[in-house]
Design a protein around this ligand. Structure first.
Ligand code: NAD
Length: 425
């Protein structure tokens, strides 16, 4: 019998493969700490279901392009699979598998009844028209239709997708089902059953985690944020609102710096108008690499994986790294930063606010009910602060980094679910 355990000696190391190696390394450490047997460890290292699909898309000029799409359900032992859909040219099956695995530990860590999944389409959405994007989204959803559903697997936005994408997914699924099924996706527009507070939830969680880890007044704390999209822009905004001085941010167009602090609202308005931070006139230009090496107190990576590496980690001056993105720090960089005394609030904790409010959105959809913004924020705060407290105290008790402690808790809960359910048949 052949078992599809991801190989660790691939012919070609893609960024996605590096992300999967990082995720497997983190799992190995947690499994060793928990004393998991080899069979269970292998099961947790292996996605439950992986689907690769070809997505033909009709371009405006009549041509047909075919792109690859993926949906991976890493684990469903604690509930339906949950995870975003990414549209990015370098997405591959390895990256999607790593992201699905991190979703499994994240949901278990914050105590919501979901397994982990992720989806992706290897496409650059910025070069497609809105109509092309709609056709691509609907066809991709049609190809993964057997896997998704409100009780099976619930997608959400990620890099390159947004609430419009979720609306098309909800519509495509509903048309195929014969009635409206708002609970099939989260991160929807309010008019289709979205939740108050979902749009800023990941960033709000980043703010909550950052302030908890700072352990002092945020007044004047210098912050740099890499990535100024859905997560990064509002994380910068909420940290500035709390009193921090956001001195630098970057996106794919460039990076900008102001020693006295950026006016984040004004910069967001500039980005909405111009498409990127590049050219913002109330700040100096910076290179992408320089942002990581700034003399700041807090660094928030909020773009893609593998950006803090053995090459730049020794030059990072921030004492606190709060991972808005999934997988931004490689295992080698983790060790360098830990040795230098830099605290990292890991992705599966720091950016869990998004899936927490996704869960709240899904609960509201399943009950055909809605909560106020204040109720949603209170529940988000409770779950984030509880998870942070548990991770911090386990790390202190067992002399672990916050990442190791978060994985021990998340992996441990999933392992326990498997042990309680037993193995069928
Ligand atoms: P997004 O597409 O809205 O934004 C991504 C941002 O990163 C953009 O501003 C883009 O220009 C920037 N970027 C890309 N490459 C860059 C580079 N080399 N240097 C600087 N900036 C770069 O995506 P998002 O939803 O904000 O997701 C960002 C990260 O947060 C991802 O790792 C994602 O998995 C994670 N995350 C997102 C959510 C969510 O709710 N959207 C939840 C949890 C985690």
């Amino acid at each position: 019998m052949t078992v599809m355990v991801p190989s660790r000696t691939p012919a070609q190391i893609t960024p996605g493969r590096q992300a999967l190696d990082s995720a497997l390394h983190q799992l190995d450490q947690a499994a060793a700490h928990l004393g998991l047997d080899d069979g269970l460890h292998t099961m947790l290292a292996t996605p439950r279901r992986s689907l690769t699909v070809s997505v033909p898309v009709r371009r405006e000029d009549g041509r047909m392009d075919v792109v690859q799409g993926f949906r991976v359900q890493h684990n469903v032992s604690r509930g339906p699979a949950k995870g975003g859909i990414r549209f990015h040219p370098s997405t591959d099956i390895h990256e999607v598998t790593a992201l699905a695995m991190w979703m499994t530990w994240k949901c278990a860590l914050v105590g919501i009844p979901y397994g982990g999944a992720k989806g992706g389409v290897a496409v650059d959405p910025t070069v497609l028209t809105t109509r092309e994007l709609e056709r691509l989204t609907r066809r991709y959803v049609n190809e993964i239709l057997p896997l998704i559903g409100p009780e099976k697997d619930i997608p959400a936005p990620d890099v390159g997708t947004d609430e419009q994408t979720m609306a098309w997914i909800m519509d495509t699924y509903s048309v195929n089902t014969g009635y409206s099924v708002p609970g099939v996706v989260t991160g929807k527009p309010m008019t289709l059953g979205g939740s108050l507070g979902r749009a800023g939830s990941t960033s709000r969680g980043v703010q909550i985690a950052a302030l908890a880890a700072l352990g002092r007044s945020p007044e004047g704390v210098r912050v740099a944020v890499q990535g100024f999209g859905k997560v990064g822009a509002l994380a910068a905004q909420y940290l500035a609102d709390a009193g921090c001085r956001v001195v630098a941010v970057s996106d794919v167009s460039g990076a900008v710096y102001s020693a006295s602090g950026l006016d984040v609202s004004d910069l967001r308005a500039w980005v909405a108008e111009s498409g990127g931070v590049y050219g913002y006139r109330h700040a100096d230009a910076l290179s992408h690499d320089e942002l990581f090496e700034l003399d700041v107190d807090v660094l928030v990576p909020a773009a893609l994986e593998g950006v803090i590496t053995a090459a730049n980690a020794p030059r990072i001056k921030a004492r606190l790294v709060v991972e808005g993105a999934n997988g931004p720090t490689t295992p080698e960089a983790d060790e360098i930063l830990a040795a230098n005394g830099t605290v990292i609030v890991p992705d599966i904790l720091a950016n869990a606010g998004g899936v927490i409010v996704s869960y709240l959105e899904w609960v509201q959809n399943m009950q055909a009910y809605s909560w106020s913004a204040a109720e949603v924020e209170m529940k988000l705060r409770d779950l984030m602060q509880n998870a942070y407290g548990e991770v911090k105290s386990l790390a202190a008790d067992r002399d672990l980094t916050l990442r190791q402690a978060a994985h021990v808790i998340g992996v441990g809960r999933v392992a326990e679910a498997h042990q309680m359910r037993g193995l069928y048949p």
